[in-house]
Design a protein around this ligand. Structure first.
Ligand code: SAM
Length: 275
């Protein structure tokens, strides 16, 4: 008998994938976790019935949430990831040559353990000596650390449960305080097709706190609509002014110097969202 995974991404549309095998399911204090293997996308991490990451397309999200802010900053040494328990953003961050320390603050320790067991391709850097893993609420962590990080990535689930606060104006203010004087942060801000209000609010809030606010997008087939956005707040550096020759040569599959600038050229319907 064939087994299919279906996720309802909105009330009216979803994604369906043929399943090869179910490796693991469990309910933690925070969420339902499933680790399945699919014909099209390979191994897939699912939290509360929502695809988080897959072997086939994870490189897009993880490279784009990491390298765009890291290359925008002139000399990033210390980075923080909030959420991101699969370890994909951390794997990318430690590729960056100037990084001395990367901290991961994930609320659900089971996500980290399951990623280590079933997704070594993604979680492989979590044991690197430059990496510190903290199991705690990212909101608490950010409020307890001031003027400490060069770059912060909000690699969160959708704004439900413990992730709701990660999309609030108060949290963006705390992020501002947690960054050094020339710091940069990036948050994943969902789909320009399906989540216009979320993008509009997040951008408006970031713009009211940071002198530089930018939106960029990329293609991720397993996320709702296949088209995703990231919102950046920067205290000093503008990604549109990055000297492309200064970008380090990195082992990446999506990110490259041309993409660094190109992703900020928004389709008109997307730039209209943040007008
Ligand atoms: N890297 C993934 C991807 O490719 O889309 C992003 C999802 S990552 C697994 C999201 C993580 O955010 C989840 O593991 C969830 O437990 C975590 N999370 C949600 N709320 C959080 C909070 N308040 N503090 C820290 N982590 C949180």
């Amino acid at each position: 008998m064939e087994l299919w995974y279906t996720e309802y991404q909105t009330k009216n549309v979803g994604i369906t994938c043929k399943v090869k095998q179910t490796y693991h399911t469990e309910k933690t204090q925070y969420q339902d976790i499933a680790l399945i293997d699919t014909e099209q996308f390979g191994k897939m991490l699912v939290l509360d019935g929502t695809v988080q990451t897959t072997i086939e397309d994870e490189f897009v999200y993880h490279e784009m949430i990491s390298h765009v802010p890291l290359a925008t900053h002139k000399n990033p040494k210390k980075a923080l990831v909030i959420g991101g328990g699969d370890g994909g953003a951390i794997r990318e961050i430690i590729k960056h040559p100037t990084i001395e320390k990367a901290v991961l603050c994930e609320i659900d320790g089971r996500v980290i353990e399951i990623a280590k067991e079933y997704l070594p391709e993604i979680s492989c850097a979590l044991t690197d000596e430059k990496v510190e893993v903290i199991v705690d609420d990212g909101i608490k962590y950010v409020n307890q650390h001031k003027n400490e990080f060069d770059v912060i990535m909000i690699d969160s689930t959708d704004p439900v449960g413990p992730a709701v606060g990660l999309f609030s104006k108060e949290f963006y203010k705390a992020i501002y305080e947690c960054l050094k004087e020339d710091g940069i942060f990036v948050a994943q801000t969902e789909s320009p097709f399906f989540h216009k209000d979320l993008i509009r609010n997040a951008f408006k809030n970031v713009e009211s706190i940071f002198p530089i606010a930018r939106l960029y997008t990329c293609a991720i087939p397993t996320y709702p609509s296949g088209y995703w956005s990231f919102t950046m707040g920067s205290k000093k550096y503008d990604p549109l002014e990055t000297d492309l020759d200064s970008i380090p040569k990195l082992d990446t599959k999506y990110y490259c110097p041309q993409i660094h600038k190109a992703v900020f050229a928004l389709p008109k319907f997307v730039s209209d969202i943040i007008k």
